[in-house]
Design a protein around this ligand. Structure first.
Ligand SMILES: Cc1cc2nc3c(=O)[nH]c(=O)nc-3n(C[C@H](O)[C@H](O)[C@H](O)COP(=O)(O)O)c2cc1C
Length: 210
């Protein structure tokens, strides 16, 4: 989806978005719950201006054709194909500057651990590593119950909470692997309403009233 073009050109193609809409990065990491990522993008796309980001693992679960047509979709390949020489824009920095808010849904155990440790070896984690934590960042973890109950999860969640990252907790249900337990990603509609409520609590209907 227009992958490989410099961000400035891509943004110029996105001029059908009205002023005042919040600018939101929706990011998916490699949980099976990423099959709901297109649904999540559709939930947000009427209300906000969206840039979508996916890790390499998440791509196994995302049907790009089902994403909203006006959503720009970025992967790790775009980081490097959009940079040719010193002076060119660096995609993760441009996205970090552009966004008012970021949502990582689903958040895999691996990406949670990387964020907690400050690691940044792909587009998604580079955006987070460069993030201005005065801006909201929401995460919706999704993983098998064994992973969710593992002591690493609590440790990593404690660290991301200290950074000011907001948790949209997982839910208990029959998981994709057949096990029953906690760890399933919150429904996209709940993630959307959580972010909307946050905006309302801030007294905002949009973010960039120009
Ligand atoms: C079929 C399949 C389903 C997976 N589902 C999950 C999941 O729900 N949650 C999770 O944390 N990891 C899951 N994994 C493991 C991640 O994909 C793996 O840890 C990967 O390295 C995550 O990379 P990322 O965090 O860069 O996206 C799954 C792996 C496979 C093969």
């Amino acid at each position: 989806m227009m992958a490989g073009e410099p961000l400035s050109e891509r943004e110029a193609m996105q001029n059908n978005v009205g002023p005042g809409k919040p600018r939101i990065i929706l990011a998916a990491s490699g949980s099976v719950a990423a099959i709901k990522f297109a649904n999540l993008c559709h939930s947000f796309s009427e209300w906000a201006e969206i840039r979508a980001v996916a890790t390499k693992s998440a791509l196994h679960f995302i049907d790009k054709a089902s994403l909203p047509k006006d959503v720009l979709f970025y992967t790790d390949d775009d980081e490097w194909s959009s940079w040719k020489k010193i002076g060119d824009n660096v995609l993760h920095i441009e996205l970090r500057k552009w966004a008012d808010l970021m949502v990582i849904a689903p958040l895999s155990a691996n990406t949670l651990g990387k964020i907690a440790g400050g690691l940044c070896d792909n587009l998604l984690t580079c955006i987070v590593r460069a993030w201005d934590f005065n801006k909201p960042l929401f995460v919706a973890p999704a993983m098998n119950t064994f992973m969710w109950n593992n002591p690493f999860t609590e440790r990593h969640l404690e660290i991301v909470s200290q950074l000011g990252i907001s948790l949209v907790p997982p839910i208990t249900k029959r998981l994709a692997c057949g096990d029953y337990g906690n760890g399933a990603m919150a429904e996209p509609s709940l993630i959307f309403s959580t972010v909307r409520l946050y905006f309302q609590s801030q007294g905002r209907v949009g973010w960039n009233p120009t």
